[in-house]
Design a protein around this ligand. Sequence first.
Ligand SMILES: Nc1nc2c(ncn2[C@@H]2O[C@H](COP(=O)(O)OP(=O)(O)OP(=O)(O)O)[C@@H](O)[C@H]2O)c(=O)[nH]1
Ligand SMILES: [Mg+2]
Length: 488
Amino acid sequence: MSASSLMLGDTIAAIATAPGEAGLAVLRLSGPDAVALADRVFSASGGSGGNPLAHAPSHTLHHGWAIWPADAAGAAPGPGVRGPDAEPGERLDEVVAAVFRAPRSYTRENVVELSCHGGARSARRLLDALLHAGARLARPGEFTLRAFLNGRLDLAEAEAVADLIHASTDAAHRLALSQLAGALSRELAAIRERLADAVAEVEARVDFAEDVGGVEVPAHVVAAIAAVEDDLTRLLDGVAWARAVRDGVRVPIVGRPNVGKSSLFNALLGEERSIVTALPGTTRDRVSESLELDGVRVTFSDTAGLRENAGPVEAIGIARARAALADSPLAVWVVDGSTALHSEDRAIAGALVDKPVLVAINKMDRAAAFDESAVLGAFEGGAPSAVRVSALTGAGIPALKGELSRLLGAGSGGTRLGAATGNPRHAEALGRARASLGRAREAVRSAMPGEIVALELREALAAIGEVTGDAVGEDILARIFSRFCVGK
Ligand SMILES: Nc1nc2c(ncn2[C@@H]2O[C@H](COP(=O)(O)OP(=O)(O)OP(=O)(O)O)[C@@H](O)[C@H]2O)c(=O)[nH]1
Ligand SMILES: [Mg+2]
C-alpha cells in the first residue's frame, strides 16, 4: 500500500477527548510539522513570539497559553476551517503542551498534545487555531492508522484500540486490552512461523523433484499442518463467546399472549420494568433493557405476544416482535407450563427453528399441565434447552441465566480470553485459513502435486496475515478505521 495515498506527509489535528463539560480536554497533533504548528499557537509568556517548543526535548511538558496564530503566509485555510474568530496573538486558553518526538510517540511521528480546559468552547477554538495555523483535521482513527502504517501497532492491535474505547463491560475491556497487548498477534505469529516452515519443506521438495507428481510430503509436515488446524479450531471455537463479550447480544423474549413474557423480563432484570396484567395483549411496544451476564452485555427485549387475529395496535407490536427475532442470534421462548401446549405455541416453534432457542417453561408454581417433551417435540430440528421457571416467585431464574450464558458460549475456548478474538473480520480470515489447511492435507492424502499443497499453505498464510495486517488493501483499512472516533 502506498503511504502517499494515505497522506502520511501532512500534520493532522483533532480533539481527542469527548465533548462536554469537563476539567480538561486534549488536542492532538501528529506529523512532521507538529511541533512547528504547535509553536504557532503556543506561547510560554502569553504574548507572541519565540518558539518555545522548537528545541523542547521529547517527553517534556510546557506550561503556557494558547493564542490565535498570526496569519500564515500562504497558508490558506483548508476545507472545514472557519475564519478567524480572534485577533492574532489573542489568548484562547491556559494550556500544557506535551512534546513527543518521532519515533517515541503514539504514531511514531512528531506528536504534540495540548491539554486545555474542558467545556464547549476552549478545545474547539484551539482546534480552529491549529487548523488556521496549517494543520489538517484528522479523519476518524487517523492517529491509530498512522501508528499502524508506521509499524508501532499491527492491525489486530490497532483494532483493539477501538474495541477498548467501545467496551461496556469489564470482560470486554479485558479482552480488548489483551488484544492490544498482542496476545492474539503473538499466537498468530507462532502459527505463521510453523506454517512457513511447512511451506519451505514442501517447496524445497517440489524444486528438487524430477517428477512433479512424485513429491512426497513428509509425515511430520502433515502433522504440523494438522496441529495448526487444531489451533485455528480452538480460536474459532472461542469466537462466539468473545464476540458476545465484545459486542453484546440482543435476546428477544417471545411467546404467545399471557404466558408471562413481561413477568419473566422483569424477573430477569430484577425490576418492574414492563407492565404485567392478566389480560392477553398487554405488551404492545417493544421494551428493551440490558444486564451483564458473565461479562456479556445482554439486552433483553420484551415483545408483544405473537398471535393471529390481533387488533391494529397489537399487530404492529407483533410485527416488531418478529423483527426483533429476525436480527437476534438467540431467543427466549416462553410457554405457559400450567396449560397444554397451544396451536399458537406450535406456530411460534416453527418460526424459531433456525436459531438457538432457550425455552422458559413458566408458571411452574402451578401444577404442570403438559410434559416437557410436548414443548421440545414442537421443534423439527434438534430439541432446544428448556428450563422450568416461575416469573412470579423467581424460582428457576438463576438456572435460566446460567443456561443462557452457556448458550452464548461461556465455557468454550474463548472464556480464557487469552488470544481470543470476537472480531468478525478475524473470524472470517481464520476460517478461510483453516479451510485451506484442510484442502492441503486432502491434497497430500490424494497424492496431488506438491505445488497444490504449497499453494494451499500459502493461502492459509496470507489469510492469517490479513488479521495482523501484513496483507490488507486500503479499502479494508478504510472500513476498519471508520469505526474509530475522531482524535483516536
Ligand atoms: N402463577 C403464575 N402466574 C404468572 C407467572 N408469570 C406470569 N403470570 C401471570 O400471567 C399473566 C400474564 O403475565 P404477563 O407477564 O403480562 O404475560 P405476557 O406474556 O407479557 O402477556 P402479553 O404482554 O399480553 O403478551 C399475569 O396475570 C401474570 O401475573 C408465573 O410464573 N406464575
Ligand atoms: Mg407482556
